[in-house]
Design a protein around this ligand. Structure first.
Ligand SMILES: C[S@@+](CC[C@H](N)C(=O)[O-])C[C@H]1O[C@@H](n2cnc3c(N)ncnc32)[C@H](O)[C@@H]1O
Length: 373
């Protein structure tokens, strides 16, 4: 339970333990001149090479409204199979709230993700507490009323969290109100805590990512709260809810806010949306997942890597021949969009000004056009 504070609060840790999936790869992790670390080829890599497979997410959530339509193990979407919903469930309370596309997925989920029935019991507890929530209420009004983004330093932020920890340590403090997305966020965090519990108590499957690898991911906490100060109130209510809902065996993980903060700080900017595989072009987001090794790919508006979901796994392939020394990048936004829209989206949701060559060239052309016009 003792997270190293440097790892927790600094945007990118000084020392990195590489995810095990990178050890035998044709690429390495290096510092970029523009945006932290990135993955670079160490030898020529042909088109369509599988670079890395992230076998299963460290944390994941299917939006509550899609729970009957998305398989809890392989994420298959019922509509893609021309069905309205899946009907395989786990017997008894310990499988609560999870539907499967077949008994095979149900049984693997039970063996890998629902050891001791913990995931299912937590789902049931979250649903029960969510039903009893009262009126919406802000719990950090002073923060929202007085803070300007530039005032939100790590110290100010730490103080707000300390206040919340104290508040929820008092007996009789009620569970705060959460909206639907916040309850989904609770379930995302619960999945990470249950996984961490297994990591601490039962042997983890080979090739799985670890909590210490998750902590190495870029921490976007301060940028996130500066750009949306109301999110601190949301995050602290989520923490309050978690304090109330955790089964006794998992309570040690939320006794302080450290683990919840560490997950929330990496959720923004590092997770992958779970989309249906629709070929109609109207793809819908069904939830989101954190794949630790996949989060080291930087963005480029002319990417040389594509990602493909294969059931629970996320696979990364080269889209063209890559030379030794080239950076390997995916795209975070739709590269068919205009430069201004791509940049606005990256800035709003990932907090960076894209430094890629394509943006540079398109901005230079636009600048010349304005100068000539
Ligand atoms: C998912 S992380 C990628 C790994 C990250 N560079 C690291 O060191 O952990 C996304 C972050 O990488 C940086 N980044 C990714 N693509 C970028 C780009 N095209 N231009 C500038 N920064 C970028 C930004 O800081 C962004 O928030």
């Amino acid at each position: 339970m003792s997270d190293h504070h440097e790892n927790f609060s600094s945007p990118r840790p000084a020392t990195i333990t590489l995810p095990s999936s990178f050890m035998t790869s044709p690429f390495c992790l290096r510092t970029t001149p523009y945006g932290g670390r990135g993955l670079f080829s160490i030898e020529p890599i042909p088109k369509d090479t599988l670079l890395v497979t992230c076998n299963s997410p460290y944390a994941t959530v299917i939006f509550r409204k899609f729970r009957k339509e998305v398989c809890g193990h392989c994420f298959a979407y019922a509509f893609d199979a021309h069905r309205n919903a899946w009907n395989v469930k786990y017997d008894g309370q310990a499988g609560n709230g999870v539907w499967f596309c077949g008994v095979d997925c149900r049984d693997v989920w039970a063996a890998e993700q629902n050891v001791e029935g913990l995931q299912g019991l937590m789902n049931a507890a979250v649903d029960k507490l969510a039903k009893s929530m009262k009126e919406p209420k802000v719990i950090l009004p002073y923060f929202l009323e007085t803070m300007r983004p530039e005032d939100i330093t790590l110290e100010v932020h730490d103080l707000a969290w300390k206040r919340i920890e104290d508040m929820y340590s008092r007996p009789g403090c009620l569970a705060p109100y959460l909206d639907e997305l916040e309850v989904d966020n609770v379930r995302f965090i619960v999945s990470a805590i249950v996984r961490r519990y297994f990591e601490d108590t039962v042997p983890v499957k080979k090739g799985s990512s670890s909590w210490s690898a998750l902590l190495q991911l870029q921490n976007n906490e301060i940028q996130h709260i500066r750009s949306r100060p109301y999110m601190l109130d949301s995050h602290t209510r989520i923490y309050g809810f978690l304090r109330k809902v955790m089964l006794p065996i998992l309570q040690p993980y939320v006794k302080t806010s450290e683990m919840v903060r560490a997950i929330l700080a990496r959720d923004q900017g590092n997770v992958f949306g779970l989309w249906d595989m629709s070929t109609t072009g109207d793809s819908e987001m069904l939830g989101w997942s954190m794949y630790v090794s996949g989060s080291y790919f930087n963005h480029d508006c002319a990417p040389n890597v594509r990602k493909e979901r294969d059931k629970q796994a996320l696979c990364f392939y080269t889209t063209r021949d890559v030379e030794a020394g080239e950076e390997l990048c995916i795209n975070y936004v739709d590269v068919k969009d205009e430069v201004a829209q791509r940049r606005a989206e990256l800035s709003a949701n990932w907090y960076f000004d894209c430094a890629c060559k394509r943006c540079h060239e398109e901005l230079a052309r636009a600048g010349k056009a304005v100068a000539c016009g």
